[in-house]
Ligand binder design. Sequence first.
Ligand code: IPE
Ligand code: IPE
Ligand code: MG
Length: 236
Amino acid sequence: MIMDGNGRWAKNRFLPRVAGHARGVRRVRDVVKFCLARQTRFLTLFAFSTENWNRPENEVSYLMGLFAATLEGEINKLWENGVRLRVIGDRTRFTPRLQALIASAEARTAGADRLILTVAANYGGQWDIQQAFRAWMKNQWPSLATGGTLPEPSEIDLKPYLSMAYAPDPDLVIRTGGEQRISNFLMWQSVYAELYFTETLWPDFDTAAMELAFAWFAGRERRFGQIGQQQRATAC
Ligand code: IPE
Ligand code: IPE
Ligand code: MG
């Protein structure tokens, strides 16, 4: 879920941009409830990109504060509803307090498994591929030190090293706010995702809007490079 359009939602109401972010939190609650009701196993929210640090300082610090407050306020409810929280992205840039909050929220819900709610914070698809490659290289060192050679590039499997190695690739990527781009979201993982773009701004993206996105998804024919007939034969 690329939750975009908060700033414009606020601007349309002559409010400061951050008011849109605050309002957006309500929609997060709705979407989580919707996914629980639909037995969706994985929901991933793009909350803050590696590029979002370039925003005005007051907006960045507001977003960090909102993230911390939301974690504190919602984590018990998430746990009670069987939601496991995971955070992907480079968290070392966050304040020690926020890092500690994230760690304790993850630990608190670690035993839940109805819905895996991943929040992408200080996340970028390019960062993810870089860190996966670094981790993969590190894994090769012991073999290299004892005279081994690097595998052929075609044999490199980065999937186990990517930050969402615990989840299947996304089936559906929804972007609100009208832009038709990925903006450095799950670059590697989204190769075969269905892309749903809607003009609706994130603070207006209610359950009915989510229904529409799911209905649209249900009508897609997913071919994964094959032809439709092959897919239908496998389904039978
Ligand atoms: C998305 O809304 C939220 C974040 C990137 C944190 P925006 O803040 O990008 O809203 P617009 O695109 O300016 O309307
Ligand atoms: C994408 O929104 C990032 C998040 C929703 C967190 P942006 O508003 O940052 O994307 P661009 O800058 O319009 O591409
Ligand atoms: Mg935006």
